[in-house]
Design a protein around this ligand. Structure first.
Ligand code: HEM
Length: 445
């Protein structure tokens, strides 16, 4: 398809000017996407030098890209930093190889194998929060990253990460910066020597824990638990250490940065809506039976309001705000011709704020997800975890983790948001609240 008969709409000169102004004002690509959606519609092409993705919004294209025609949409171009970093990680592979990796990795992340981690979710939350002084100001973006890192490493890799956290904190942030949108989008071969050291440090660390686990399993015959992903890959797959490194780094990045963003957004939203904060806190007080023991699964399952808040936070600020693909063969989406090789983005953020499918889309309203209110959303309007066969492998993990962490913190502390007015969504590796979520934490008596 050299010259599509029905090409995607692009910005006219007036819209283009408005976008430039919005971009200069807010320094965010999100503004550009939002304005294109407002002025052009639910399908459009961005026409920047060397960056011309087709962007789609809404259930029809979400379903086509994720499910019905998914074989026509493969992962990103190989020069993309995510692919360079994660090499053969399950997130960035396609076809049979992807499905094979996924089959190895799915079982430890199934709900029944995540449930036994509830105690660890609770314990690692304590490890971080018990260091807070009464009345102290904390940045919840930073604190939740600590919690999410301890949890991910402690459960899926069975590694106590606290002793290494300070040393590896900056390399991890560097890797996140490496894969965040930046100038490389316009200049694929751009040299980026700054990141070599961080990648080498993380590689060395990950290879060290793989070697150690191999020894424990092969020499001493330790049988890994069903939820221990690292142990399962070492003991039961035929993956090389390099291939396991790719999966571990994938899980480390995809599994902690997303939860960090979700938890930070939840505390931002609760801070901005004191009624919701009070209701969530009252729920923990009435449903959690103990301050000294982890909650049971039944208690976690009964936290209905906190669950609605999590769902609404994922709608308003989906940590993965866009899914990236490359068109493998000419396709038609929403009636427009999209030629082979085009970079495609399905926008989760804009699908979640689409006026055609959501009432008052920009308002925080957890009750909209209440099953008893009767309004069920049509499929593929709400896709915080993607969809189809390559949906989020960690969806169950992330949702149980979020409930436990939030409930534990609300049970123990009062929270006051101090910088609500200055917080804006920022497109990093995930959609983050920047410049951070500053809260005063007061221990509850
Ligand atoms: C709030 C937390 C999370 C959110 C919002 C989230 C969101 C997503 C989304 C939208 C996708 C699909 C992307 C696409 O279509 O291109 C995805 C895939 C993935 N996620 Fe998550 N995620 C979360 C937590 C996790 C956790 C905890 C893990 C690991 C423990 C994880 C690991 C992955 C992996 C490996 C994939 C790729 C799956 C595949 O391609 O087969 N995520 N996630």
């Amino acid at each position: 398809m050299k010259h599509p008969a029905n090409p995607l709409p692009v910005a006219g000169s007036e819209t283009g000017l408005e976008i430039l102004k919005g971009f200069a004002r807010e320094r965010s690509l999100l503004v550009a996407l939002r304005l294109m959606n407002e002025h052009v519609g639910t399908a459009f092409q961005i026409t920047l030098p060397r960056f011309q993705p087709a962007v789609f919004i809404g259930p029809e294209s979400n379903r086509q890209i994720l499910v019905t025609d998914r074989q026509d949409f493969i992962w990103r171009p190989e020069g993309d930093p995510v692919c360079k970093l994660l090499r053969q990680g399950v997130l960035v592979t396609d076809g049979e190889f992807h499905d094979e990796l996924r089959a190895w990795m799915d079982p430890p992340l199934q709900r029944r194998n995540v449930i036994p981690h509830i105690t660890a979710f609770w314990r690692y939350t304590n490890d971080i929060a018990m260091a807070w002084q009464d009345g102290q100001q904390v940045d919840m973006l930073v604190e939740m990253r600590k919690v999410a890192l301890l949890i991910l490493m402690g459960t899926l890799f069975e590694i106590e990460f606290l002793p290494d956290m300070d040393r590896l904190w900056q390399p991890i942030l560097d890797l996140l910066e490496y894969i965040s949108p930046g100038l490389w989008i316009f200049w694929a071969g751009m040299p980026r020597p700054k990141y070599r050291r961080a990648i080498a440090t993380m590689d060395e660390y990950l290879h060290g824990i793989i070697r150690q686990r191999r020894q424990e399993i092969e020499r001493f015959g330790v049988e890994p638990s069903a939820g221990d992903l690292l142990g399962q890959l070492v003991a039961h797959s035929d993956m090389s250490d390099d291939l396991i490194r790719d999966q571990l780094l994938t899980m480390l990045i995809a599994g902690h940065d997303t939860s960090t963003a979700l938890l930070a957004w939840v505390f931002y939203l609760l801070g901005m809506h004191p009624d919701a904060l009070a209701e969530a806190q009252a729920e923990t007080d009435s449903l959690l039976s103990s301050h000294t023991r982890p909650p049971s699964l039944e208690e976690i399952n009964r936290l209905a309001f906190i669950d609605l808040v999590i769902k609404e936070a994922l709608r308003l600020y989906p940590p993965i705000h866009v899914g990236n693909r490359r068109v493998e063969t000419d396709v038609t989406v929403q009636g427009y011709d999209v030629p082979e090789g085009t970079r495609v983005m399905y926008s989760i953020y804009l699908s979640h704020r689409d006026k055609n499918h959501w009432e008052n889309p920009n308002e925080f309203c957890p009750a909209r997800f209440d099953r008893h209110s009767g309004d069920r959303q049509p499929p593929f309007t709400y896709v915080p975890f993607g969809g189809g066969p390559r949906n989020c492998i960690g969806a169950a993990f992330a949702q149980i983790e979020a409930r436990v962490v939030i409930a534990r913190l609300l049970q123990t502390f009062d929270f006051e948001l101090l910088n609500g007015d200055e917080i804006k969504p920022h497109m990093g590796a995930t959609l983050e609240p920047r410049p951070g979520v500053t809260m005063r934490v007061t221990r509850r008596r």
